[in-house]
Write a protein that binds this ligand. Structure first.
Ligand SMILES: Nc1ncnc2c1ncn2[C@@H]1O[C@H](COP(=O)(O)OP(=O)(O)OP(=O)(O)O)[C@@H](O)[C@H]1O
Ligand SMILES: [Mg+2]
Length: 342
């Protein structure tokens, strides 16, 4: 296990200041996402951590040891990038075996580890197949397999799934999260997709123009965005929280019924999952009242720091409540049972 600490780190490419005075710690076992728009310095940060790029100024510590000058291969970091850099002329087994063979690990041990990884990633049947004939999602799994087979102390992943098609990306997100729960390896993960960051991360570090804007749990970013940029980027200012989780979940939304101007998406057991109006999906949760007054509850919940809103009837009697957190939990839950049932 390991920690990563950046202390007042700068990256300059000539006149370009790609990373400016970045101080950030990735805790032991944590899944930390670097989130920000294109060109904000995410990859530059990752490449410095990986040892692929010189640090212009500041200190990089891994496990409390300064490693600025330590070469990449001695940092014990496994990397997964968007282009997986698999060897197209080799089969899946040999691709995954590559980092172990390079370390002169005995054959029997290689065999054992590859079986283990293949089972974790459900790619046992792909092992003899040629890389050339794999789909994008399958290649993705192989790339991740090759990274985890080494038992590294750190993972760094730079937009590993951003070019996959939406549905597959949702599946891979679930898989990455499960993998992290199972292996507990400290992970630094880059994305420009806030859905992905919020779905995966223990904490999210939001960057803009090379400068760290805020680091915190997804809930902290939504509830207490440090500035307008963070609020806008994460969607907290638009009340999009429910919307984006519903969209990100990739759930089958055919279970929809109409209530006034709202459409109600339900789970297979009939309980409410989320609501949408003409503007799109807005919010949801198990506490939602199934009637037309929920607009008020939704608005209250989405604009309140607590994420809770209530609907009252004409007499002021509380008839239902909305907790934005329920959307997240409902979807997490639904997603898992959906996967199980396949
Ligand atoms: N080798 C380089 N030489 C000069 N400038 C560079 C180099 N690499 C990156 N930059 C510049 O540094 C800034 C940060 O780039 P970086 O690749 O870190 O951004 P990013 O956040 O990963 O963006 P994206 O989401 O598009 O991948 C950009 O302005 C980029 O043009
Ligand atoms: Mg990048």
């Amino acid at each position: 296990m390991a920690t990563i600490e950046l202390r007042h780190v700068w990256k300059k490419y000539g006149e370009v200041e790609a990373v400016r005075d970045l101080s950030l710690t990735c805790r032991d076992g944590e899944f930390l996402c670097l989130l920000g728009p294109s060109g904000c310095g995410k990859s530059s940060t990752m490449r410095m951590v990986a040892g692929l790029e010189q640090i212009t100024a500041g200190d990089l510590l891994i496990d409390n040891r300064r490693v600025n000058e330590v070469p990449a291969r001695e940092r014990d970091i496994a990397m997964v990038f968007e282009n997986y850099a698999l060897y197209p002329h080799l089969n899946v087994y040999d691709n995954i075996a590559m980092p172990l063979r390079a370390r002169r690990i005995p054959r029997g041990e290689i065999e054992r580890r590859i079986r283990e990884v293949a089972e974790i990633l459900s790619i046992v049947q792909l092992l003899p197949r040629s890389i050339k004939n794999l789909s994008g999602g399958q290649k993705q799994r192989v790339g991740i397999g090759r990274a985890i087979v080494r038992h590294p102390r750190l993972f760094i992943m730079d937009e590993p799934i951003s070019h996959l098609e939406a549905r597959l990306r949702a599946d891979m997100r679930t898989e990455l999260k499960r993998l992290h729960r199972r292996l507990g390896v400290t992970t630094l993960y880059v994305t420009h997709d806030q859905l992905e960051a919020v779905a995966l991360a223990d904490r999210v570090a939001v960057m803009q123009s090379g400068v760290l804007q805020q680091v915190g749990s997804p809930a902290e970013l939504f509830d207490r965005p440090a500035n307008e940029f963070v609020a806008g980027f994460i969607g907290a200012d638009r009340g999009y929280r429910g919307l984006q989780f519903l969209q990100a979940s990739g759930l089958p939304l055919h279970d929809i019924s109409r209530v006034g101007e709202w459409e109600l998406a339900t789970r297979p057991d009939g309980s409410p999952l989320g609501w949408r109006n003409a503007d799109g999906l807005v919010a949801g949760g198990s506490l939602l009242p199934a009637n037309g007054t929920l607009r008020q509850a939704l608005d209250a919940a989405l604009s309140s720091p607590s994420g809770v809103g209530v609907a009252v009837d004409a007499d002021g009697k509380v008839i239902g409540g909305v907790r934005v957190q329920d959307v997240l939990e409902a979807i997490d839950h639904q997603k898992i049972s959906h996967q199980k049932s396949r």
